[in-house]
Ligand binder design. Structure first.
Ligand code: ADP
Length: 421
């Protein structure tokens, strides 16, 4: 039976929350979508990763309610709806509509909302969200292609998405601690407020907020509030929270990310003398059996240490490929090819797999038939090792880490294996 059940509105946001919960002492599994099967591991919290941030509100609600039902069946005592620390939403939602639908389904009349994540420079003051040193709508989020955020006042933003009333628990109340926050909540409820934005400008604020959320059935927030919740379940930071099964087996890296950091990581891995094979998307398009060739190349090398197979390239080369094949076709083709190589590598005995690229990770996880991942120790900020079961492995499963574009230090591809050892 789990303690905390989390619903995240996107995949990397789910990992971010899971990582914070683990560092605060919870054992956590992240699932890809709403599982059809029961939970496979004994953990304190589960984060269900949805893709509901920018879909139609009705679809986001349906996905979130399905996640709620599954989490409640696993015994979740509290539900945490997780969104982005920049409160990414469209004029229609989906933060407001999903929150209100969860409240109705859970029969609860009050919840909080705060994207504050001071470690990541997201702070809320008098209801206004700051990203770094400026207001939310001054640092680029006003131009976001899918969720432009033009108003930094979260009470106004959320009110526009909600049927019920939205209020504020401001920094003065938060500074006074649990009892003051509880009194303010009672006052807001008397006034008919259903959701309160909460100010938080430091981790201390989030730690003070935590105890006041103890009996609240539903909490909605970015990943920051997670640092103050595990103590409500009698849990404190501990190394066993991030413990994964002992690892053995061969090591490999596959990379389909063309981000600046990944290009530097590929170059560093090659400079350090590890074997690396570059893939040519134009050869793939011409029908060459790139997957078979890559696996034949890797087979004799794998017993000696980690190998890298990559399509990572500089922007000019990527643009040239896209001009010839089309952006979408090039992307899907390369993702499919790298996922097939990851599958082949696991069939060859790879049990420690690094995947670079957000979309590439999605394709690999799908190809490996992975639906649940236990979250382990952090390698670099935002990137933990995970352990998962796959139909391609025996009962031992495999260790994998999914690194999105610009995350990780330059030596990430070799350093990651040291972190697991
Ligand atoms: P990131 O996390 O860095 O954004 P993603 O995997 O999300 O990485 O996205 C990279 C995209 O670029 C994928 O769709 C991938 O298939 C595609 N891609 C990778 N290598 C190449 C290449 N050499 N030419 C064109 N597209 C590529």
């Amino acid at each position: 039976m789990i303690q905390l059940g989390c619903i995240a509105d996107d995949f990397t946001g789910a990992t971010d929350l899971a990582n914070n919960l683990v560092r605060s002492g919870m054992r956590v599994v992240q699932t890809i979508g709403v599982p059809v099967e029961p939970l496979a591991a004994d953990v304190d919290a589960v984060v269900v990763a949805l893709k509901s941030r920018t879909v139609a509100a009705a679809d986001a609600i349906a996905q979130s309610l399905a996640a709620l039902t599954w989490l409640q069946a696993q015994g979740a005592k509290q539900i945490y709806f997780k969104y982005c620390s920049t409160f990414d939403s469209t004029a229609a939602g989906n933060i407001g509509p999903v929150t209100e639908a969860l409240m109705v389904a859970m029969g609860t009349a009050f919840t909080i909302a705060t994207p504050a994540f001071p470690d990541n420079h997201r702070t809320v003051f008098k209801g206004y969200l700051f990203a770094g040193d400026g207001l939310l709508n001054e640092g680029g989020m006003q131009n976001h292609p899918l969720t432009p955020m033009t108003d930094p006042n979260l009470v106004r933003v959320l009110q526009a998405q909600c049927k019920g009333r939205v209020g504020l628990i401001d920094y003065r109340t938060v500074a006074l601690g649990e009892q003051a926050i509880r009194s303010r909540i009672a006052q807001l409820r008397d006034q008919g407020v259903g959701i309160a934005i909460v100010d938080a400008i430091s981790n201390d604020d989030l730690i003070r907020l935590g105890p006041a959320l103890k009996d609240m059935p539903l909490v909605t927030a970015g990943s920051g509030v997670a640092i103050g919740l595990p103590m409500n379940f009698g849990l404190a930071p501990n190394v066993s929270a991030s413990q994964l099964p002992v690892t053995s087996g061969l090591k490999a890296v596959v990379s389909g990310s063309c981000s600046v950091a990944t290009n530097a990581q590929v170059a560093a891995f090659k400079r350090a003398g590890y074997p690396a094979l570059g893939l040519d998307p134009l050869q793939m398009a011409n029908g060459a059996n790139v997957v078979e060739q890559a696996l034949a190349w890797a087979t004799p090398l794998l017993p000696k240490g980690p190998v890298l197979v990559y399509s990572t390239d500089e922007p000019a080369a990527v643009k040239a490929v896209q001009a010839q094949l089309g952006v979408e076709k090039a992307g899907a083709m390369v993702e499919h090819c790298i996922a097939a190589i990851a599958q082949g590598l696991v069939q060859l005995g790879v049990r420690q797999l690094v995947v670079a690229g957000g979309e590439t990770s999605g394709a690999c996880v799908q190809a490996l038939g992975i639906s649940q991942m236990q979250i382990g120790p952090q390698i670099d900020p935002g990137v933990p090792w995970c352990h998962a079961h796959s139909p391609l492995t025996g009962a031992e499963g495999l260790h994998l880490t999914l690194k999105s574009g610009n995350f990780g230090r330059e030596s990430f591809f070799s350093h990651a294996f040291d972190a697991l050892a």
